[in-house]
Design a protein around this ligand. Structure first.
Ligand code: KG4
Ligand code: ZN
Length: 381
C-alpha cells in the first residue's frame, strides 16, 4: 500500500509551468468517450517510467448488444451511473486518498459528447474540491502515449491506431507534437469489422467474432477488393470492401456456417493486405520526413487481432524497426492511458483551465504544425 505525506500542491510549486518534476507524480485518469467507463491511478517517475496502481474498466457491451452498436444516450446514462463507484474502486485499489493526487485527468474528446461531459465534469469537480490540477486529455493522444507507460520508448515513433472510431497513422514526435500521416477517408477499421459482423448476424462487438470465424474459413474463396493498394499517400478506405462483403452475403442467402467463415476470412485477408500496404507507405513517408522511427506502435481495439499483429510484425522487420503493441487491456479503451497522458502533460506543465471544453471532435494534430506534405489527409476520422 502506498502512503505519502501530502506535498505542496504541484501546480503551486510550478506556477511558472516549469516542472522538471523530481518527485513521482500520481494522476487519476477518467475515460468515458465511448462504451467503456473507466478510472485508473498511475504513478510517473521523474525518469519518465510509469506504474499502474489501479485500472478499473467496466464495459457496457451488454447494454448496447441488443442494438448491434453503441447507443449514445444509453452510454451517457451508464457513465453517470457507474463512474463514481469506479473512481472510488480505483482510488481504494491504488491505496491513496484524493489529497495525494498530483493531478486529475479526463478524456475531454473526441467521442460521444454526452459521455465526454460526464467524465470531464467529474474530473473538474475532483480537481476543484481537492485543489489539484486538471488535465483535459485528447483520447487519441492517450492511445499515442500509452506504449511509453509499458516500455522505455523514446520519440519519434510511428503509431498505427485502429479502433471503432479511428484509423490513423501518426508520427509521434513528442508530448503534444503529432503529425497525422494517414487516415481513413470513410469507415474506421473496427467499424468495418463491426458492420461485417452485423450483416453476418454475428454478435456485437464484431471484431473478435470475425477474427474467430475467419480462423476456420477459406480466405481465397472470395476475391474482395484491396482498397487503396499502391497509392502514394498513406490513407485507408474500408467502405467499398464492406459493401463488397454485403453484396456477396446477399447473393448467398441463406448463409451456411462455412459461408460465414469464408466471408470473414476473405474480408480479413483483404483488410490485412490493404493495411500492410498502407503502413508500409506510412513508414516510408515517416522516414522521409522525420528519419528512422524508434518503433512501429499499434494501438486501439483492432490491434488485438492476431492476424493483423502478424502482418505488422513483418512490416516492422522489413522496415528495420521494432513492433510494440501494448497488452490488450491497454490497447482497448481504459483509464490508465488517460492518467498516463495526463502525467506526461503534467510533467511538462501542460495543465488545463477549469473552462476546458468537452469536444466531440478533436484532431490529434490540431495544435501541431503540420508539414505541407501531410496537410491534405482529408478524412472523417
Ligand atoms: O479501442 P476500442 O476498444 O474502442 C474504440 O473504438 O475506441 O476498439 C473497439 C473496436 C471495435 O470496433 C472492435 O470490433 C474492434 O476494436 N476489435 C477488433 C478485434 N477486437 C476488437 N477488430 C478486429 N479484430 C479483433 N480481434
Ligand atoms: Zn480509443
Amino acid at each position: 500500500m502506498l502512503r505519502r505525506a501530502r506535498k505542496t500542491p504541484l501546480w503551486r510549486q510550478t506556477q511558472g509551468l516549469n516542472l522538471g518534476s523530481d518527485t513521482p507524480t500520481l494522476v487519476l485518469g477518467i475515460e468515458t468517450t465511448c462504451d467503456e467507463t473507466a478510472a485508473a491511478v498511475v504513478e510517473r517517475q521523474p525518469d519518465g517510467s510509469g506504474r499502474i496502481l489501479s485500472n478499473i474498466v467496466r464495459s457496457q457491451i451488454d447494454e448496447h448488444a441488443p442494438f448491434g452498436g453503441v447507443v449514445p444516450e444509453i452510454a451517457a446514462r451508464a457513465h453517470v451511473d457507474l463512474l463514481d463507484g469506479l473512481i472510488e474502486h480505483a482510488m481504494t485499489e491504488a491505496g491513496i486518498g484524493f489529497a495525494e493526487l498530483d493531478g486529475v485527468a479526463a478524456a475531454a474528446g473526441p467521442g460521444l459528447i454526452g459521455g465526454v461531459i460526464v467524465g470531464l465534469t467529474t474530473a473538474k469537480a475532483i480537481a476543484m474540491v481537492h485543489n489539484t490540477p486538471l488535465l483535459a486529455v485528447n483520447h487519441l493522444e492517450a492511445h499515442a502515449l500509452t506504449p511509453r507507460l509499458t516500455v522505455p520508448l523514446a520519440f519519434p515513433y510511428c503509431l498505427f491506431l485502429a479502433s471503432g472510431g479511428h484509423t490513423q497513422i501518426v508520427a509521434v514526435l513528442g508530448v503534444g507534437n503529432y503529425v497525422r500521416i494517414g487516415t481513413t477517408v470513410d469507415d474506421a477499421m473496427g467499424e468495418a469489422f463491426d458492420k461485417v459482423a452485423k450483416m453476418l448476424d454475428l454478435p456485437y462487438p464484431g471484431g473478435p467474432q470475425v477474427e474467430r470465424a475467419a480462423a476456420t474459413g477459406d480466405a481465397t474463396r472470395f476475391a474482395f477488393p484491396r482498397p487503396m493498394l499502391g497509392r502514394r499517400d498513406a490513407n485507408f478506405s474500408l467502405s467499398g470492401l464492406k459493401t463488397a462483403v454485403r453484396n456477396e452475403a446477399s447473393r448467398l442467402i441463406p448463409l451456411e456456417p462455412q459461408d460465414i467463415s469464408d466471408l470473414c476470412a476473405s474480408f480479413q485477408a483483404a483488410v490485412l493486405e490493404s493495411t500492410a500496404d498502407r503502413i508500409k507507405v506510412g513508414l516510408r513517408l515517416f522516414h522521409e520526413q522525420f528519419g528512422p522511427p524508434r518503433a512501429l506502435v499499434a494501438a486501439g481495439g483492432v490491434a488485438a487481432n492476431l492476424a493483423i499483429r502478424g502482418a505488422l510484425q513483418d512490416i516492422a522487420a522489413r522496415a528495420q524497426t521494432t513492433l510494440i503493441v501494448p497488452p490488450p487491456s491497454l490497447c482497448t479503451d481504459n483509464g490508465a492511458m488517460i492518467a498516463w497522458a495526463g502525467a506526461e502533460r503534467l510533467a511538462l506543465g501542460l495543465v488545463d483551465k477549469m473552462e476546458a471544453a468537452p469536444r466531440a471532435r478533436w484532431k490529434l494534430d490540431e495544435t501541431t504544425q503540420t508539414p505541407a506534405k501531410f496537410a491534405n489527409t482529408r478524412a472523417r476520422h
